[in-house]
Design a protein around this ligand. Structure first.
Ligand code: DAK
Length: 259
């Protein structure tokens, strides 16, 4: 399949997948989600030993799900959109090979959720992280409620999701959301270095180790993800979702009424 929004480079067992939608800071529309799903589903793990995911350009990893596309969804469409992303991200999480997110800039909403579906996150010092969805009248919908709490603990996850605050790379490092922070020009080199080290290890041992770590954490994953998909869909039956997204697109503050 030819991809419109993914740039793929593969060499010597290491593959780099770049999300590339520069006009919207790599925001995830449904075509991109389908492309990611297709790419990950068809990745030949006999050929690729480590996958690195990053964003194209200098400004963003992924600035979220595409608000312009989501603005007019109804409850059922919201649920389906949520499922599309959730399934693609779950495929990354359960891929048989290790996946490194090299976070090079804005990593918000669905972008943060994409990074959290990867096994390891490293970031540029310019990266910024957040789950700002409630400010748009929706909940995180690509498993962010589940994975953020798992990674940084419920207290900090709730603070981030309830306030929508955006944190810098050093704070992300402090709370354990990322493993390391590098200067922007060093980021991809460091991701490649880590991938090289991992690539030399036994593929099946890596696969089983990943499976064990995931399984022991993920006993409730499918239930948690389904619950989130439903609640995400419910947001699209509210006036606040329409208002939140219209306000973003019209570049003004939203006026939420609780309906
Ligand atoms: N969607 C669509 N367009 C976006 C976008 C987004 N998420 N983020 C940025 N853009 C667009 C902007 O509208 C702008 O377009 P033009 O005005 O040039 O046409 C262009 O990218 C450049 O952005 P800015 O001009 O705003 O650039 P700034 O440097 O001033 O600001 C920013 C950068 C990242 C702080 C700002 O763009 C921003 O606040 N963006 C929105 C971030 C955000 O709220 N992200 C969360 C989106 S909601 C689901 C699963 C997941 C989700 C939903 C459902 N299911 C499972 C169903 C996730 C939801 C989200 O991610």
């Amino acid at each position: 399949m030819e991809y419109s929004f993914l740039k793929i480079e593969s060499k010597d067992g290491i593959c780099i997948m770049k999300v590339s939608a520069p006009k919207s800071l790599n925001a995830l529309n449904s075509t991109i989600l389908k492309e990611i799903d297709d790419f990950v589903s068809n990745l030949d793990i006999n050929d690729v030993r480590v996958l690195i995911i990053t964003g194209d350009g200098e400004k963003a990893f992924v600035a979220g799900a595409d608000i312009a596309e989501m603005a007019n969804l109804n409850e059922q469409q919201g649920y389906e959109f949520s499922k599309l992303g959730a399934l693609a991200f779950r495929r990354i999480e359960t891929l048989e090979i290790p996946v490194i997110a090299a976070v090079n800039g804005f990593c918000l909403g669905g972008g943060c959720e994409l990074a959290m579906a990867c096994d390891i996150r490293i970031a540029s010092s310019k990266a910024k992280f957040g789950q700002p969805e409630v400010g748009l009248g929706i909940t995180p919908g690509f498993s962010g409620t589940y994975r953020l709490a798992k990674l940084v603990g419920q207290g900090y996850a709730k603070e981030m999701i309830f306030t929508g605050k955006v944190i810098k790379a050093d704070e992300a490092l402090r709370i354990g959301l990322v493993n390391a922070v590098y200067e922007p020009e060093e980021l991809m080199g460091k991701a490649m270095e880590m991938a090289q080290v991992i690539k030399e290890k036994a593929p099946l041992a890596l696969q089983y180790a990943k499976e064990c770590i995931n399984e022991s954490y993920d006993l409730y994953a499918d239930g948690a993800i389904e619950l989130e998909n439903k609640d995400f869909g419910r947001c699209f039956a509210t006036e606040d979702q329409k208002e939140g997204m219209a306000a973003f697109l019209e570049k003004r503050k939203p006026n939420f009424v609780g309906k």
